[in-house]
Design a protein around this ligand. Structure first.
Ligand code: NAD
Length: 409
């Protein structure tokens, strides 16, 4: 197998968000010269003023170090380099009833790379994408530049980091790298090995790498859907789903996950739809799991309504608005869907999320825990935030009439 040396390269990172910025930092720490590009001028200005624009542990400190070392600078125009890494968004298409992947950011970034890429350069797509998108990137570059596909290299290396631990996980997680041409995969492997300290970099074909990211998150989604469905069935039987799962998990080969208010965030709640979009009827289980998890907050809302005897004067507090405990990320949050559904039904709803300083999220008024405990008649416990599970607070919460989505004890 041919060895490649990708040490001390010039690297252009396209998209300086939650993934692109930390990736730039670990690359710069590993000795590469990183030229970050983002079309958002405020992002570029903030970074060149020395201030990061996202919330992530240790990121500001590590960012300062790489800026001081002269290994990172942000630009509003893409800069020529040896390697291009695309970390651009892949949301759903807006104004579509169906959940369809919006690849316009990926396509636009590929056109941008095509303006500067030269013979022998490596282009890496890190964004989470439906299968065959890496080939689409190569097609765009080939067409725009007039170069032959043999003149440049394209690989896909999906990201698996957990927000809050991004810098640690970038250097410690295993990576899956895929490419149409083996050389591209081996070049990318050498590049990632320059900063992955503990994990192993595995090389495969591009479509397998694309699918790998999607099936990882779909695996989580399906397993959570099973737990959420069980919680609905247990409710019919009048038994405690959390107790049932605890006992079932005493089986040596069973590990059922914990039910909750639903599934949120921009990965697990999004990526399985990319498979449903491509494979329709063939992705029955995946589609069903998505619908179960999307339905769960609405089902909780109906349970709450019955519990308060449809009394619209009830003041309801929703404890937890982010998509998981102890973070500020509100994207696709099922707690927000639940709170908004209750508001739509005519209830007075106050949300409590200690990790945000917003006073209002959509139509939801955000209040302190004390305010909610003092003013609400009924609580919906959606997240085990540190502030809620602390002994004194927990006692006050559980003393009120409530719906407990998370089995808080
Ligand atoms: N955030 C995570 O924890 C996470 C984890 C795994 C995978 N991913 C995937 O990584 C990708 C990026 O996600 P993110 O969370 O970093 O997004 P983000 O929104 O935080 O950042 C994306 C950045 O790309 C910039 N951008 C938009 N169009 C561009 C273009 N044409 N060229 C260059 N830059 C452009 C935006 O201005 C923005 O700053 C997505 O596909 C996402 O699904 C994210």
């Amino acid at each position: 197998m041919k060895e490649y040396n990708m040490d001390n390269k010039e690297i252009s990172v396209l998209g300086l968000g939650y993934i692109g910025l930390p990736t730039s930092i670990v690359l710069a720490k590993a000795g590469h010269l990183v030229k970050g590009y983002d079309p958002n001028k405020e992002v570029v200005k903030s970074l060149n003023d020395g201030k990061i624009h996202i919330v992530e542990n240790n990121l500001q400190e590590e960012f300062k170090k790489v800026v001081d070392s002269g290994k990172f600078k942000a630009y509003s125009e893409v800069q020529p380099a040896d390697v291009y890494i695309m970390c651009v968004p892949t949301p759903f298409k807006e104004n579509h009833e169906e959940k369809l992947a919006d690849l316009s950011y990926v396509e636009s970034a590929a056109h941008t790379v095509a303006t500067v890429v030269k013979k022998g350069d490596l282009v890496i797509l890190e964004s989470t994408v439906p299968p065959l998108t890496t080939k689409l990137v190569a097609d765009i570059i080939e067409k725009d530049t007039g170069m032959s596909r043999d003149d440049f290299y394209v690989a896909h290396c999906p990201e698996r980091v957990l927000p809050g631990r991004i810098l640690y996980e970038l250097e410690h997680n295993d990576r899956i790298i895929g490419s149409e041409k083996e050389e591209a995969g081996l070049m990318a492997k050498s590049l990632y090995e320059s900063f992955v300290k503990e994990g192993t970099c595995y090389v495969t074909d591009d479509v397998t790498a694309e699918m790998c990211k999607l099936v990882e998150n779909t695996f989580r989604d399906i397993n959570i859907a099973y737990a959420n469905e069980l919680s609905i069935i247990c409710n019919e039987l009048g038994i405690d789903a959390f107790k049932l799962i605890e006992l079932a998990n005493k089986h040596p080969r069973v590990n059922i996950l914990t039910p909750g208010v639903g599934v949120g965030g921009h990965c697990i709640a999004v990526d399985p739809w990319f498979l449903v979009e491509k494979f329709g009827d063939k992705a029955k289980l995946i589609n069903t799991a998505r619908h179960i998890n999307d339905f769960k907050p609405l089902w909780v809302s109906n349970q709450v309504e019955e519990d308060v005897n449809h009394d619209k004067n009830t003041k309801i507090g929703v404890l937890g608005l982010a998509y998981k405990p102890n973070i500020d990320d509100l994207r696709e949050s099922p707690s927000i869907i639940l709170a908004e559904d209750l508001i739509k039904k005519g209830y007075n709803v106050y949300g409590c999320e200690p990790n945000t300083n917003k006073d209002k999220i959509n139509d939801i008024e955000v209040k302190s825990l004390d305010y909610v405990l003092d003013n609400c008649d009924y609580l919906v416990i959606t997240l085990a935030n540190d502030e809620f599970v602390e002994e004194k607070a927990k006692k006050r919460i559980l003393a009120k009439k409530h719906y407990n989505c998370i089995g808080m004890k």
